[in-house]
Design a protein around this ligand. Sequence first.
Ligand SMILES: *Cc1c(COP(=O)(O)O)cnc(C)c1O
Length: 248
Amino acid sequence: MLSRDLPVEEARQQMADNLDKVRKKIEMALQKSADPAREVTLVAVSKRQPLDRIRALAAAGQVHFGENYVQEGLEKIKDLENLEIKWHFTGSLQSNKARFIPGHFSLVHSLDSVKLARALQKKAAELGIVQPVLIQVNLAGEVQKAGVDPDHVPELIQETGRMDHLDVQGLMLMPPLADDPEESRPYFTGLRKMRDTLEQETGRRLPHLSMGMSQDFVQAVEEGATLVRVGSLLLGPRPGCTFNAYAG
Ligand SMILES: *Cc1c(COP(=O)(O)O)cnc(C)c1O
């Protein structure tokens, strides 16, 4: 784990070690999975993390980073524009902020309504680009949890399928909080099965499954994840205050 007071060289060494460990675990989990030949993209979730940690992890070779909050994400993208980073939007997104996303984030993990899809489509159309997105599924049916109800996923895929500036590439999942990572496994399996069914029913390819975080990414990769979203295990514990205090 990393303290923000560490000297730069030491911080870099720790980040490189963290990255190495996570990559090795992904590789081992892949070998245990049903499809070991696939590619798994490691997304470092850097919400509320200070810029120096992100720089250190990027220097160690990490390319994909995920942000959860629109304003914080946009500021970081600007501050780090000289780095070769591919940014993902992993947090829940309100449609009134959707216009800030296309053109800045290579993948949105959290599409969960037709209204949000329309707002993203509108902005992407203005920019003349196609915005890749994943549909976030509330598989456990948790109250007040982000993500679309499983019953409404086919309809959302159908609606977004008509939006020519959106590209739905798969599904994303946040399982219920659990102490034991094995408790997440049935949700990961469930999301994969749901994807397989949706591909059959809609005739669309949904190649990506974004699932697994620091605690349970091994189980997620074993069950078919193509994107894992790992935060604290790579970047250290998130500072308990707002990112602004650390951004300087
Ligand atoms: C914070 C967050 C993560 C990373 O969580 P860690 O437990 O730090 O790995 C992954 N995905 C989403 C959507 C998050 O909000």
